[in-house]
Design a protein around this ligand. Sequence first.
Ligand code: FAD
Ligand code: GLY
Length: 390
Amino acid sequence: MAERLSHAGGSPKPVAPSKPDVIVVGGGIIGLSTAWQLQRDGAEVVVLDPAPGTGASHAAAGMLAPIHEAYWGESHILRLNLAASRKWPAFADALGVDAVDYRRNGMLMAAYDADDKALLDNLGDLHEREGLPVERLRNRECRIREPLLAPGVRGGVHSPLDHQVNPRRVVAELLNRVPTILVSATEVADNQVVADDGRVMSCRQVVVAAGAWTGRLLGLPIRPIKGQILRLSGPEGLLQLPVRGVVRGSSVYAVPRSDGEIVVGATQEEQGFDTRVTAGGVYELLRDVLALLPGLSEINLVETWAGLRPGTPDNAPIIGTGDDGIVYAAGHYRNGILTAPITAAAVAALIQGHEPPVDLSPFRPNRFAAPFGHRDPIDGISGQLSEVSA
Ligand code: FAD
Ligand code: GLY
């Protein structure tokens, strides 16, 4: 078994236990964080994944943004995201704040034209109703916070609670700590997994964290939502803050890393498991980000990529024990980087028989069994923003 362990760093390889307490299927940020939490709590754990860290977690921008990802009709998701945000400082500390490039510099949301400003004002009403700590800014105030913004921006919202991290570095750090076997699960039960090499592995508890592929493996309504995303490279500090813009009705964001990389994303497309980068996708992202931040036109485009967000019918993740006894941690859609530490803590608590750190009832796996009961009718701006971001 040892020859098939994956390893991402120079420290000693984590060794897979021969009799694991827990098998985690899926080595994206959710599966790896969960495995690490269980391991830190004393369990023998192994992660199964033929290509760990190459799914949505590799694509993600790394915004830890409960406020800028808040939408009408999704209060339960907002509460989870706020609780997740509070978990991040300790999680980043344990991995190494610099190693994962965790930065708490707030985020700016900016409106390009008058219609975009109306959309932002509507979101501002939501922020107010939820009592979120944001500052509404006029044009000049936006440009004082972020001088790279186009002179014409109509206004914005600054949120000091929204932070950022480099998800690729988080995954690399987790892979250094958690044993991983490079196989795919083909059959899963609550205490047994059959792998694509014919191996049958037993344990006390199986956790499924297979991202957008969870629906293929087991019959949950999780579907892939494609996101094309770009990486630019420029001088360090060129862009000071992560900026999310609404540009002629479309949503675009630019997230600066401390080494000068700027991540620009992302489309939102219903294209099944297709991860091809398209000319149209790249064009739309560049068109919108350069309208908002014209100075970025001078720097290099170094990567184009596409990943698959694991989407659910109500946009909320699936966290909990299913009627089949399997523990699920999947469907984290746009916020899986943000919610990795709280998901890990919640799953560990469930397995250990403790009280989870948040109310998991809105996220229970069997909520889709009945006709869709939990759908808040007030979904206006959420729908508008997510549909126009493609
Ligand atoms: P994944 O990272 O996709 O991992 C799933 C893993 O399961 C994969 O490694 C796969 O190989 C494995 N797997 C699949 N089937 C099997 C099997 N049968 N057996 C074993 N293993 C299997 N979130 C944020 O919080 N902030 C952001 O800024 C952000 N930006 C994003 C930008 C883009 C363009 C995209 C696409 C997503 C973004 N997200 C963001 C969302 C976030 O990336 C996801 O919610 C998160 O990565 C989901 O993690 P995961 O571990 O569930 O899935
Ligand atoms: N949360 C950013 C994205 O999903 O694109």
